[in-house]
Design a protein around this ligand. Sequence first.
Ligand code: UDP
Length: 381
Amino acid sequence: MRPKRVLILMSNTGGGHRASAEALRAGFLACYGDQVQVDVIDLLIEHLPWPLNWLPHTYTFLIKDTAWLWKLLWQTSNHPMTIRRLSMIVARWGERDVTKVFASYAPDLIISVHPLVQEFSLRALRHMRRRIPFVIVVTDLATAHPLWFHPAVDGCYVASKEAYQRARRAGLIPEQLHLFGLPIRPVFAQPTASREELRRKLGLDAQLPAVLIMSGGEGVGPIAQVAEQVNAELATPDGPVGQMVIICGRNQHLQERLQSQRWVTPVQLCGFVENMDEWMAACDCIVTKAGPGTIAEALSSGLPIILSGFIPGQEEGNIPYVLDNRVGVYRETPAAIAQTVSEWFTERSEEFEQMQFAARALGRPQATRQIVESIGELLFY
Ligand code: UDP
């Protein structure tokens, strides 16, 4: 029997959409093996005509260098009706190209993990000879933009009560909605080795507490300043009271800059890593921007979180999500971040231990399996 074909639509804006797409692909293979074939494509960059295919490239520039402009764009488009009318107009340009893509992949089901592909896809699906179910897996945690939510979908998977309410306000009904958590890679659900074993494997000191410092797939924000302050704060006359793992993601410039630096605290410096589950399992806490993917993975790994910043708009709601659930803190300056890491490592306060416990309780490492099984009901029955 021919395997069922699942087509996952994403775009490489940030690291989260690709990570979620890969998590779902791994989840389908784990659940259904060779009964499914999963293709992941960047619909916007690889398949839309100019200038639509150029829009995603502006994202990194906007969030890195003109965050105020990104915030303005996000806020002015944050109204379900206005944004739907606008996206209907834009989607007409890409309709023919998207129809061709769907015809060539001939999927049995389509999953979107990106807010900009819904309108293009649903327009194109009207031209297909057979009905193809279309579902959305929202990869934002709390503050999901109205562009995510299209009332014509067969299912919509959200990761928090906040996102559920936003979907309801955008016109989706409870029968369309599922709340399981963010799809993170299945490896986060099954730790492979103990912390000590992982530390040895990754070249870390087996005993010293470790802080993971990162900021999304692109390595945006003040990672260098945070690392410098933590480096100074963890060094004491009796030796270091902790060690650092710095993950620069795709920010090569940052990695080169940090490589040439002198450190007094033990440090492991990485570019883009594929084994984030191992790095998280080897560490005691994390400093990160309020990226949904990283927060969900950190929770599943039981890591208390120090939020160092956020992308305006879609990540703002993740700050109260972390604070209200008592799984971390928000610190505005590198000096304050470094001080908190040092306090956590030297005092091992009850608050820190409660955060570890609360993180594990809030994390949903099984979310990917639950989402895949639920989508499987549309695919196989
Ligand atoms: N990531 C990774 N390797 C890296 C850096 C990041 O696999 O070196 C992953 C990280 O584990 C997470 C995603 O990239 O799954 C980042 O998503 P998030 O939503 O936190 O931020 P974004 O990059 O989308 O702004």
